[in-house]
Design a protein around this ligand. Structure first.
Ligand code: BJW
Length: 236
């Protein structure tokens, strides 16, 4: 580990789309990113799902089938974080904004998917959650309550509350090292975590990214380059 913190210390790692870029998944806000091809207002809000569920389902069906059919693999960035969790005597928590499963495939165990998971669906009618195994269509009935029209991707859209926020803030309060990897710092509440840990005091903060994020000046330390290089270099 490149930085000296107490061996029993808690490490919280926020990850974003950039860590999965070299595994072949697109980011959102890079030049050729997802939001340069589709308007987020059309696919990433509850209003969009109400207005045009087919468009939203098609968007997520395509991204889900990319994960299932192309089977992107974790890159050295994900693998280095899994190794850190195995080797570190203290607590390591990954808080990912990503809905892919690459941290799991890399072997990380302690993961919070604050923006949901692409391989799960839930039912707006009965609240049940299911593995997402087939293309989702508006007429697909819920395996639990048998009603159709309510199944949606288990993801967090703009205007919805991210998942497990209480657990995340508890970990941030306890945090000795906060790492932010591959995120542009545009989307709250994740973009506010660095300020939160800084105000609480006693936590070292580091940004590892391809280029400076919106919040770059708030970090005590920064390291720029592709995640597959800078993450192993920092944590090994
Ligand atoms: C590399 C690399 C390589 C490239 N190696 N790096 C005004 C002010 C403040 C807030 C608000 C506001 N108006 C509205 C809000 C709130 C809103 C918000 O933040 N809006 C902003 C846009 C202004 N937020 C919300 O609505 C959230 N909910 C909320 O706030 O609820 C209230 C509440 C919170 C807490 C407690 C109680 C109440 C919900 C946000 C949901 C975001 N959803 C999405 C879609 C998820 C499903 C899906 O994937 O489709 O989440 S949007 C999208 O953005 C996705 C991502 O997780 C998220 C962040 O993107 P990320 O990961 O940062 O990707 P990019 O593309 O932006 O950046 C990639 C970075 O990687 C870049 O920096 C590259 O340089 C780098 N990179 N290649 C390393 N090889």
């Amino acid at each position: 580990m490149n930085v000296k913190i107490d061996k029993e210390g808690t490490i919280v790692i926020l990850t974003g789309a950039g860590i999965s870029r070299e595994s072949g998944l697109e980011t959102f806000r890079c030049k050729d990113g997802i939001w340069s091809k589709v308007d987020l207002e059309d696919v990433a809000t509850p209003e969009a799902f109400m207005r045009n569920p087919k468009m939203v389902q098609d968007f997520y069906n395509a991204r889900r089938s990319q994960l299932v059919d192309e089977k992107p693999q974790p890159n050295p960035g994900h693998l280095a974080l899994a190794k850190l969790e195995r080797d570190w005597p203290g607590r390591v928590l990954i808080v990912t904004q990503n809905i892919d499963n690459l941290h799991e495939l890399a072997g990380s165990q302690n993961i919070i998917h604050m923006h949901g998971e692409l391989l799960k669906i839930r039912c707006n009618h009965c609240g049940s959650m299911h593995q997402w195994e087939q293309e989702l269509h508006i007429e697909t009935p819920c395996p639990e309550c048998d009603q159709s029209g309510g199944l949606r991707p288990h993801v967090v859209w703009f205007g919805e509350i991210p998942l497990q926020m209480e657990e995340i803030y508890e970990a941030l309060e306890d945090c000795d090292l906060f790492m932010s990897i591959g995120t542009s710092g545009n989307v709250y509440p994740a973009a506010g975590f660095v300020q939160a840990v800084t105000q609480m005091g006693g936590c070292h903060t580091v940004e590892l990214n391809l280029d400076p994020s919106n919040g770059a000046t708030q970090f005590a330390q920064t390291l720029y380059g592709p995640a597959s290089e800078v993450v192993p270099r920092y944590v090994d």
